[in-house]
Design a protein around this ligand. Sequence first.
Ligand code: SAM
Length: 387
Amino acid sequence: MSLELNVAFNRAAELILDQNNFVRAVLSGRRRNMQTTYERIDIRPVQLKDGLKLQLVLSEAKQDTTKNIDADKSAILELLNSGYANVLVEFTTGSYSLRITKKGDALIHEGKGTFERTLAHDRTKERLLDSSDPYLIEVGISDHKGVIKPSMQDKYRQVEEFLRILEPALPEKKEKLSIVDLGCGHAYLTFATHQYLRKAGLDAKVIGVDVRENSRDRNNKIAQKLGITDSIEFRAEEISDTAIKTADIAIALHACDTATDDAIAWGVLHNVQLLLIAPCCHHDLQTQMQEIPEPWPMLTRHGIMRERLGDLLTDSFRTQILKLLGYRVDAIEFVGGEHTPRNLMIRATKTGAKPDAIDVTRYKEMLAEWKVQPALAQRLAKELGAI
Ligand SMILES: C[S@@+](CC[C@H](N)C(=O)[O-])C[C@H]1O[C@@H](n2cnc3c(N)ncnc32)[C@H](O)[C@@H]1O
């Protein structure tokens, strides 16, 4: 239904100001020829000591700011008319959505539904990682007041979104779940995984591996300070040479270049059931892409496209190799691109299934066409030779 804009805004404001039924509102997108200060605004009611307020979460690419305001009609109308193209309002018995077209028309839709209202001002329950958890302060993601440092917002998001994918994939194992973080660096993800599993009441042992001795020493010191050395430890080892015998789950976040291949190969060779691997830079195949098969030069003649194709080829070989070696594999975006351009994750679960002939053929043909030997294929040459 099309409505005059001010009538549509008034209806949205009325619903937002309904003290008994308003659940939440989201303002997003940008109207033609208008600028918005924030990428998106989330509004919800919160019960504070001095009464019912509206909480605004003002989201920018790298940071969210939270502000509580009085339920004032002119303030709400001002927000609604501040350049956003989409307004969604949910209330206990339904929803109202407003889209402002390029021509400035208001298209509205009202639907029935049941939405639950929560007035707690503490939003931390919706987060997997409490920003004031001492571990986040110790590793340097949060400041001493327990607030995420602006410079660490991206890492915080990467780690949290990584955990969101880990959580539903956890095996049903009650005792000593073992997890290794390969190429753990400053161990943001390693500690996060440990704290998360501990809070979930799981009996887990987490080990971080990194070739750098100073990382090991720093991380072990933090573990000591937090009093958790019985369930987390750090080792200074090459991934390919680690003395760890096996693990239920192997994770790797941005292990440089072929360290990602080391991590995948280690998982395959040590019978790891679940691999969650977010690759980093991809130099290995880039340097091997010398004889480009036709008609691909059309694409590789442009440096940036050649590089992206090299990344895609690398990760395609990785996923295919895992598939050939008995894993169910998918490649997913684990975090928004605004938090890292390296936002692809390879998720592989061991099934032991035999590969289809067509997958073996495709793999061999790709290798032959591109005349490359991916690092992962070299590391798993024996296993691949047996299929
Ligand atoms: C880009 S950092 C990522 C660190 C961490 N996972 C994170 O996301 O913050 C990559 C880490 O991998 C480590 N690394 C690179 N090659 C390695 C190898 N072959 N064996 C063990 N660690 C390696 C580096 O020392 C570095 O700490």
